[in-house]
Design a protein around this ligand. Structure first.
Ligand code: SAH
Length: 403
């Protein structure tokens, strides 16, 4: 096994159990480990620090598998990690057919995402359930077949689909790829039940693995506060928050997205749930413009959701993204009646919770309104936050009330 030796003092982050080893921290690599090969990481003085997966092209040159000197990286290792991840979800997640089973670094499996979908029509069997994976680092790519085998063994679900069509793979020197890894082709329409609402999940073509699993808690929050309210859902995608609002008894739900395809699925979702289509309006439009038009027309809402795509892909885009977040939150606040509720989000990793709050505070100041923070929001418990890995907290939300 190859050894990777760090520069003096560069062991500090690993001693705090942070799993990334940057190229710039490395003094010496013995030999030429292949992409994804397991390497031993040592401090400058030769002390063992970790076993890690080597990624020759990435700035994050290695990602830690284990800080335990006695723990080898083999089939049993992956089985243990997956068992641990599954046991945690079994205890923590209820009332849903969509669960994030593996959340990368936060589950000790750097670069691996696995979502589990159980169709509402077949709640008692795993034969029609679906696992959807994203392999986003050289290490998990190299161990793909072992991981798939372990996943099937640990979950009992025979169907595994890959959605590694993510740009981030290029940083690891990997091509984008999708397809069946085990079992059957995913069905054309997989419908899951979450908190009593049915959602279509398009495993093959949908965003991420087909569904925004991470917003489960917030969907329930909206469902619980929608009764008798007029709701605006901006960047609605396939209607997650809109359906939750309809289920919760909203009198009117206006939803905006620039993807006609997503809106078509959203309308199918309304029909599947048997909701009254009259209560829902779908605007195929640019949200920045549509929000302004609604405001110019004097429209007002009691509950607004702003859940945009990632505006800042990296640190370089933070300023531009901040302006975009401020823009939608400013108009959003103007559209809100006094006493109204706003759920506003950022899923940009490069914008932390403090900065996001400052941006929204700036929007409130410009709108000349007082708002109170009712709650800070984030991804559900199946996206665990590892103390040593704050990067895992990518989704930040604020649950606000206009005074
Ligand atoms: N809130 C959704 C997820 C949002 S994903 C959910 O909970 O399921 C972001 C969505 O924003 C995508 O559906 C994309 O089509 C849409 N989008 C991106 N840019 C947009 C724009 N300028 N105007 C309107 N919609 C936009």
């Amino acid at each position: 096994m190859h050894t990777l030796t760090l520069k003096p003092t560069k062991e500090k982050s690993l001693l705090r159990r942070h799993p990334w080893i940057y190229e710039s921290a490395i003094e010496h690599i013995e030999g030429r480990p292949a992409s994804g090969a397991t390497v031993i990481v040592r401090a400058h003085d030769g002390r063992f620090l970790a076993r890690a997966a080597y990624s020759p092209e990435s700035m994050i040159r290695a990602r830690v598998w284990s800080f335990d000197e006695t723990e080898p990286v083999d089939h049993a290792f992956f089985k243990r990690r997956l068992q641990r991840a599954l046991a945690y979800r079994r205890a923590a997640v209820t009332n849903t057919g969509a669960v994030r089973l593996v959340f990368g670094e936060s589950d000790g499996l750097p670069g691996l995402i696995v979502d589990f979908y159980r169709p509402a029509a077949a709640p008692d069997t795993l034969e029609q359930a679906q696992l959807v994976c994203q392999f986003m680092a050289a290490g998990v790519e190299a161990w793909k077949s072992a991981i798939v085998q372990a996943l099937i063994g640990v979950t009992g679900c025979p169907n595994v689909y890959e959605r590694s069509d993510v740009a981030i793979r290029s940083r690891e020197g990997l091509e984008q790829t999708t397809g069946v890894l085990a079992g059957a082709e995913p069905p054309e329409t997989l419908v899951i039940d979450e908190s009593g609402v049915l959602y279509h999940v398009d495993v093959r073509h949908g965003h991420k693995t087909g569904f925004y699993v991470d917003q489960r808690d917030s969907r329930l929050l909206i469902q619980q506060h929608a009764a008798g309210r007029e709701v605006l859902n901006c960047f609605c995608y396939t209607g997650g928050f809109s359906l939750a609002a309809l289920k919760g008894g909203a009198t009117r739900v206006v939803s905006i997205d620039s993807s006609g395809e997503a809106l078509a699925t959203a309308q199918r979702n309304v029909a599947s749930n048997g909701f009254d289509a009259e209560r829902a309006t779908w605007l195929d439009a640019d949200a920045f413009k549509a929000l302004r038009t609604l405001h110019e027309n004097g429209d007002q809402f009691d509950l607004i959701v702003l859940d945009p795509p990632k505006f800042a892909g990296s640190k370089a885009h933070v300023e531009r993204a901040a302006r975009a977040y401020k823009d939608i939150n400013l108009t959003g606040l103007k559209l809100l009646r006094p006493g109204g509720l706003l759920a506003t989000y950022s899923c940009s990793g490069a914008i932390d919770a403090d900065l996001f709050q400052k941006i929204v505070a700036g929007a409130a100041a410009d709108a000349g309104v007082d708002i109170r923070i009712l709650q800070r929001l984030g991804a559900g418990v199946d996206h665990p936050m590892l103390m040593a890995f704050p990067e895992g907290e990518y989704l930040k939300g604020l649950w606000l009330q206009k005074i």
